[in-house]
Each structure stands twice: as structure tokens, then as C-alpha cells.
Design a protein around this ligand. Structure first.
Ligand SMILES: Cc1cc2nc3c(=O)[nH]c(=O)nc-3n(C[C@H](O)[C@H](O)[C@H](O)COP(=O)(O)OP(=O)(O)OC[C@H]3O[C@@H](n4cnc5c(N)ncnc54)[C@H](O)[C@@H]3O)c2cc1C
Length: 459
């Protein structure tokens, strides 16, 4: 059987894997290869927890391959050089990979494809960004029409299972994977991803539309790290969710809301694909030169979860401790940095990438530009989250806050979102001195809001 390299990047799964399936369909024995690219292992966005998750995911994939009589070849170096070498050593004729849309990946793949027989196939998104476009061929820059066009396209069917026995492969020498601590909240691997997905479908999707915004409930799927590294196929997820809704009419509303979030993921991937400059600057030109504050102390307080606004601080400490943050929390924390502290959204974008296990250039950049009101979708800049009201609405009893801010563990619900309003005698009784045991607010929200509005208006 002729040999082809299956170049694994962010598609760490065997089922419904278009790169792998294409190699098999075309009659090749796929040689699984992962390249430890120094530029991906160490850059301004590197997050130790995300790397730990990736390495654990590769180890899980290695075990799945071994169970089928195959192995994972790991090499280190410049991808073009490594591929050239492995082609020469193995006699492989082709290279198959899943297409990736970041500017770095596209430049890398174009360079490789000029010199070597690389074929990239669709798998990162359900629909390719170049297929979800306006009638006149322009890309969408607003979510709702994008989602309508996306839904109007026929849904591709997931591909079948991979054969239980792998075709025979030549044994090539490789490196072992670096050992890094994986995030406790997210055991890696395809089997775990599938288990979590099925549990979410069976137990929680019915309630998703109602519970998804609540910080104190586990109302969302927490599948983002698995989707980020393709341990779960997004196409399979959408397909199975829609099937589930057909069989369980009470789940229909939840499934619709869930698929809508998947379409947000597809939307931001498409924005990055069509407008790669968003990684460097605001999408909207009028907001590229806002007079951001240079305020390292405020930035440090935000990063450490010590702003004095409990809902912001709880979210930021959750991020540091677990490598994950709830979507509502991401919006609240991001809004606070940009609008209340008037600090450049790119500082927040970087911090999130340095800590999120699901850190994804497209989704993170999209989320930050949206929250800052400088991005594609029509999020008006004058919508400024009030951190106290957000807390009361999405963590009504303060349970989420108390979980992440042990210093406020005894503060009653009436004060937990604004502890500085607690009468001094109550503070004394509870043993929580605001300003000492927990910080006073580093800005006054009403004044900060007025400042942001005036800066943006002149933007
Ligand atoms: C400032 C900011 C930064 C963000 N950074 C990232 C990031 O780096 N990586 C990332 O995957 N998501 C990011 N998001 C989107 C969203 O917060 C997470 O996808 C979500 O919280 C993951 O939790 P979940 O898997 O339980 O989501 P669920 O609610 O269960 O949603 C299912 C899936 O849909 C996708 N999704 C959901 N919401 C969004 C969204 N708004 N944009 C894009 N995709 C979405 C994710 O893949 C998610 O796993 C960011 C949002 C904001 C506001």
C-alpha cells in the first residue's frame, strides 16, 4: 500500500477526521505525524495549560493508534524541513492535513505546499469560510445574516469510523512528547471528549437555553478545549445535536441555542479567514487609535482578580486556576478591562490566550473585539456592562463569587456583589474588612463609564 503522511495539527481524533479519511479513501496507508514546531511551542500567546492539554491529547491519540497497530511519529523542527525529511525517509507520496485559518498556519501551509505534495482538507469548521458568503461573493461581517446563510447550506454528513486495524507502517525514529502538567478540569483525548459530549446531550442540552448564561450553574457544555484541538468533530457535534432534537422534541429549543453558539465559532473563524488583519488591529478603522490608558497597576489588579468588583475577580481567578472561564464571565471581565479601565483590548486578548485551555486565535480575537465594540458585529460601543448588576443577574445568590473568592465566603447575598456597601459593624462581625481583606473598587463604575463613553465618542 502506498504511504501518505497524516500531518496532525489541531485534529486529534480518529473518527470523522477528513484528513485521515481522505488519505484512506485514496488508498494510502496514513503515517500519523505531529511536529513540535518551536514557533507554536513558544510565542506571545503560549499558555502552559493549553500545551499540557495538547500533549495529553497527543498521548491519548498515541494510545488509540497503538490499539490499532499503528503509532504516532513525533518530530521537532521547522514543519517544511521535517516534512521534507519524513517524506524522504518513509517514501510517502502525499501529505494530508486539516486546513487551519490563522495567518501563521496559512502562510506555513502555502510555503509547504509550494515545495511538497500537501493537500489540506476542510474539518476545522462545518462549512468552509469561502462557502458562507453573500450572493455577490463578499464575506459577511454581521452574525445574523451569516448564520442564516450558514443554516441554508446542506449539512455535510460525518464520515464513518476508522478501520480497527491500521495498514502496516514503516517504523521511523521519533522524539517523545514533552511532559507538561495537563489541566485538572479537562482530561484530554477523543474518548473523554465523546463521553462529555454524550453526557451533555443526554443530561443538559434541554436546559441549555435557560441555564447557559448563569455563572453559578454548569449550564454549558465545557467542550471548548476539545473542539479547539479537534478531539471532537464539530460536524459530528452539530449532526448529532440536530438528530437528538428530532428524537427529543423537548430538547429542540436547547439544541437551537447550542447550534447558534457553534455558528458563532464558525463566524469568527470566517472573520479571521477573510480579514486576517484583525489579529493586529481593530476591525473598524475608527477605533484603531483610541487613547488607551497605560496603567500597569490596574492591568495587574485585573489579571490577579483584585479589582474590588467580585464578579470580575471571581472570573479572573477561575481562569488562572482552571484555564477556563464561562462565556458570560469572559464578557464581563473583558468589558471591565476595556471600558472601566480603558486598557487596550489587545492586552486582555493576550492574557486570555496565555491562560485559556481553549485559547483559539479566531474565537478569542472575535470575543475581545466584540466586547470592546471595535469588531465586526454591531455590538454598540455604548453598551457597557455594570459589573454589580451583571453579578446580581447571573450569580443571584453569589455562589460563584464565594467559590472563587474565599475572603467573601461569609458575605451575605445582599452585599456580595458590592462588598464596599457593607456597614462597618457587619464587616467587623463577619471578619471581612473591605480595603484590607478584599480590595475596594479600583475605579468608580459610574465615572469610568462616562470616561469610556467620551473616549469612544471621539474615537
Ligand atoms: C472575550 C472572549 C474571549 C473568548 N475566547 C475564546 C477562546 O479563546 N476560545 C474559544 O473556544 N472560545 C472563546 N470565547 C467564546 C466562549 O466564551 C467559549 O467558547 C465558551 O465559553 C466555551 O465554553 P463551553 O464549551 O461551555 O461553551 P458552550 O456554551 O457549550 O458552547 C458550545 C461551543 O460553541 C463555541 N462557542 C460558544 N460561544 C462562542 C462564542 N461566543 N464565540 C465563539 N465560539 C463560541 C465553543 O466552541 C463552545 O465550546 C471567548 C468569548 C469572549 C467574550
Amino acid at each position: 500500500m502506498p504511504l501518505a503522511i497524516w500531518w496532525i495539527r489541531r485534529d486529534l481524533r480518529l473518527s470523522d477526521n477528513p484528513a485521515l479519511a481522505t488519505a484512506l479513501r485514496e488508498g494510502y496507508a496514513p503515517l500519523p505525524l505531529f511536529i513540535l514546531d518551536p514557533r507554536l511551542l513558544r510565542n506571545r500567546f503560549t499558555a502552559p495549560m493549553r500545551l499540557g492539554f495538547l500533549m495529553a491529547g497527543l498521548r491519548a491519540l498515541e494510545a488509540d493508534l497503538r490499539a490499532r497497530g499503528a503509532y504516532l511519529l513525533v518530530r521537532r523542527g521547522d514543519p517544511g524541513e521535517v516534512l521534507h525529511q519524513v517524506l524522504a525517509e518513509s517514501g510517502a507520496e502525499r501529505i494530508f492535513a486539516e486546513e487551519d485559518y490563522t495567518p501563521y498556519a496559512r502562510e506555513r501551509d502555502a510555503r509547504v505546499a509550494r515545495a511538497l505534495p500537501l493537500q489540506c482538507v476542510l474539518g476545522l469548521t462545518v462549512h468552509h469560510p469561502s462557502n458562507v458568503i453573500k450572493a455577490e461573493g463578499e464575506p459577511y461581517t454581521v452574525f445574523t445574516p451569516f448564520s442564516k446563510a450558514w443554516k441554508a447550506l446542506p449539512l455535510p454528513r460525518p464520515l464513518g469510523e476508522v478501520p480497527a486495524r491500521w495498514p502496516t507502517l514503516p517504523r521511523l525514529p521519533g522524539e517523545s512528547l514533552p511532559v507538561l502538567p495537563p489541566p485538572a478540569l479537562f482530561p484530554a483525548g477523543e474518548a473523554e471528549a465523546r463521553r462529555r459530549w454524550r453526557a451533555f446531550l443526554e443530561d443538559s442540552i434541554c436546559d441549555y437555553a435557560r441555564a447557559r448564561n448563569r455563572l453559578d450553574l454548569e449550564g454549558t457544555s465545557r467542550l471548548s478545549p476539545y473542539l479547539r484541538f479537534g478531539m471532537l468533530s464539530v460536524r459530528q457535534v452539530v449532526h448529532e445535536a440536530l438528530e437528538w432534537a428530532l428524537e427529543h422534541p423537548t430538547a429542540r429549543h436547547g439544541v437551537e441555542a447550542f447550534v447558534n453558539e457553534i455558528i458563532w465559532r464558525e463566524f469568527y473563524q470566517a472573520i479571521l479567514y477573510h480579514f486576517p488583519h484583525v489579529t493586529r488591529e481593530a476591525f473598524r478603522p475608527q477605533f484603531r487609535h483610541l487613547p488607551w490608558r497605560e496603567a500597569p497597576e490596574d492591568l495587574g489588579a485585573w489579571q490577579a482578580g483584585r479589582t474590588g468588583y467580585p464578579i470580575v475577580d471571581a472570573c479572573m481567578r477561575q481562569l488562572q486556576a482552571t484555564g477556563w472561564m464561562h462565556n458570560r464571565g469572559r464578557m464581563i471581565a473583558a468589558s471591565f478591562l476595556v471600558k472601566d479601565l480603558l486598557i487596550n483590548w489587545q492586552a486582555g486578548e493576550r492574557w486570555f490566550m496565555q491562560h485559556l485551555v481553549d485559547g483559539d486565535v479566531a474565537a478569542n480575537n472575535g470575543g475581545w473585539q466584540w466586547t470592546a465594540g471595535v469588531g465586526t458585529d454591531a455590538a454598540p460601543y455604548f453598551r457597557i456592562f455594570n459589573p454589580v448588576l451583571q453579578g446580581r443577574k447571573f450569580d443571584p445568590e453569589g455562589r460563584f463569587i464565594r467559590r472563587w473568592l474565599p475572603e467573601l465566603a461569609r458575605v451575605p447575598a445582599a452585599y456580595v456583589h458590592a462588598p464596599w456597601t457593607m456597614p462597618p459593624d457587619l464587616q467587623a462581625r463577619l471578619g471581612v474588612q473591605v480595603g484590607q481583606d478584599y480590595p475596594l473598587p479600583i475605579v468608580d463604575h459610574a465615572l469610568a463609564r462616562a470616561r469610556a463613553l467620551s473616549v469612544y465618542r471621539q474615537g
